[in-house]
Each structure stands twice: as structure tokens, then as C-alpha cells.
Design a protein around this ligand. Structure first.
Ligand code: PEP
Ligand code: MN
Length: 266
């Protein structure tokens, strides 16, 4: 790569190819933290699609802090994601936590997500590097930029060139008002260091739905290539991450009224 050249990650979806990176419209990924049941995932898929999202997110395997918290519906949630893909035409992104699950998840997912807690799970990085689906690599909550880039390098070195980096907030001394500190300075910094597309997750970055729209606008103003936003039909009843989830109506308003003014191409 010459300095200034950037990768384009092209992802086939039922609605056609969607490209992340150089000269591409901002790709919006939206959906619930967890896949809870068929009705909610299909309803959310159709609503975020109509608002302009290109990918549906939804966790089947969840990395929860407590072993007693909802762990995700696993394999049965993959079937529900497939149903939502059929109903909406959206591409699917979902997290893989275990090398043993990669093939099964790749049958349904168009993009494999590596979560913050697994950013340096080197066996998992090598495994997703040795398969064909693009990988969405979240920054570890205490990872330096160089550690994050080296994690990406594991995937690239294993033969998979299609990596998207996602900033999702890091740990600092003050987490009283926000769950994490969303490090938007990574956008210009990574631009100078890597050709890979850059996504921002303002939902995990703030932990509070009311702060998500402003951080989404800021990310687009800084030329992020993609946004990942949690959307749930009934945030108060969500099985995970309800407090940071937008309602479909709030998401639609963000997409059509607020992000439009900072250049969101629909
Ligand atoms: C998620 O996307 O729901 C998630 C668990 O994110 P992170 O790995 O960034 O905490
Ligand atoms: Mn979540």
C-alpha cells in the first residue's frame, strides 16, 4: 500500500454488495445487543433496514461479565438471524467467541465480530483469519492502538485481508457517567497508521442511549467509515444492554434527520 491508499472491504449481502472504506458511504450496522426471539429480531431488522442500515447486528453468543447473566441463545439464535436476513435482506454481523463455533456462525453471518474481550485471543484471530468472511475487530477495553493493530495483523497474516476495526470505548479513571470513554481520536490516528476501514460503536462507547446520537454525529464528522448502533424494540425489557439501546423510532430520527446533516449517504 502506498501512503494514503486505503482498503475497501466488500461484503456480499442479500441486498447486494456493501463496501466499507475508501470513498464509500458510511455503513450503518444496527440491531439489538442480543437476539432474544424471532419476533423482536425480525421486527428490528425490518425497521433498521427502512431507516437505512445495511447490516443487522445481534448476539447469539454473548460475552457476559457475570456467568449468571443471560449468555445468549447460541445456535438457535443463529437460525433467528437467518430468518431476519431473509425477511430484511440485510447482511448479518454476530460475535464469535470460540474457535469451535467459527464455521457454524460463518454459515449465517456475513461478517464475524470479534469482541473487545477477545481482541487478543490469538487462537480465535488465527481461526477467523483462515476463513473467508470479513472480520469486525473490536478494540480491547484496555488495548493500545499498537496492540489492536497487531491483533488485526494476526487475521491478515493468516490470509484474510478483510478486517474492519471498531472503536467501542476504553477504560479510564472516570466511568461514573459513561460506561467507557469513546476514543474518537483513533479515527485520525488510525488513518495515519493503517489502510483498514474504521467503525465506531457509540453504544458500548457511552453505555447510555441519550449520549449515543451526539457521539454518532461526531464519529461521522471525523470521517468514520461505519457506525455500529444498538437498537432494541423495547429497551426497558432488553436481556442485555437495554440502557444504551435506541428505540427503532429514535434510530430512525437519528438516521434521517441528524446524521443526514453531517453527510450520511443513504
Ligand atoms: C457487543 O457488541 O454486544 C459487545 C459485547 O461489544 P464489546 O465486545 O465491544 O463489549
Ligand atoms: Mn451489547
Amino acid at each position: 500500500f502506498r501512503h494514503g491508499d486505503r482498503s475497501k472491504v466488500i461484503v456480499p449481502t442479500p441486498n447486494g454488495n456493501v463496501a466499507f472504506g475508501q470513498d464509500q458511504p458510511v455503513v450503518i450496522i444496527a440491531g439489538p445487543c442480543s437476539v432474544e426471539n424471532k419476533e423482536m429480531i425480525v421486527e428490528t431488522a425490518v425497521k433498521v433496514k427502512n431507516a437505512g442500515a445495511k447490516f443487522l447486528r445481534g448476539g447469539a453468543y454473548k460475552p457476559r461479565t457475570s456467568p449468571y447473566a443471560f449468555q445468549g441463545h447460541g445456535e438457535s439464535a443463529l437460525e433467528l438471524l437467518a430468518a431476519a436476513r431473509d425477511a430484511s435482506g440485510l447482511g448479518i454481523i454476530t460475535e464469535v467467541m470460540d474457535t469451535a463455533d467459527v464455521e457454524k456462525i460463518a454459515e449465517v453471518a456475513d461478517i464475524l465480530q470479534i469482541g473487545a474481550r477477545n481482541m487478543q485471543n490469538f487462537a480465535l484471530l488465527k481461526k477467523v483469519g483462515a476463513q473467508d468472511k470479513p472480520v469486525f475487530l473490536k478494540r480491547g477495553m484496555s488495548a493500545t492502538i499498537d496492540e489492536w493493530l497487531m491483533a488485526a495483523e494476526y487475521i491478515l497474516a493468516a490470509g484474510n485481508p478483510n478486517v474492519i476495526l471498531c472503536e467501542r470505548g476504553i477504560r479510564t479513571f472516570d466511568r461514573k457517567y459513561c460506561r467507557n470513554v469513546l476514543d474518537l481520536s483513533v479515527i485520525p490516528v488510525l488513518r495515519s497508521l493503517t489502510h483498514l476501514p474504521i467503525a465506531i460503536d457509540p453504544s458500548h462507547g457511552t453505555g447510555k442511549a441519550e449520549y449515543v446520537p451526539d457521539m454518532a454525529k461526531a464519529a461521522i464528522a471525523c470521517n468514520a467509515d461505519s457506525l455500529m448502533i444498538e437498537v432494541h424494540p423495547n429497551p426497558a425489557k432488553a436481556l442485555s444492554d437495554g440502557p444504551q439501546s435506541l428505540t427503532p423510532e429514535r434510530f430512525q430520527q437519528l438516521m434521517t434527520q441528524e446524521l443526514a446533516v453531517v453527510g450520511q449517504a443513504m
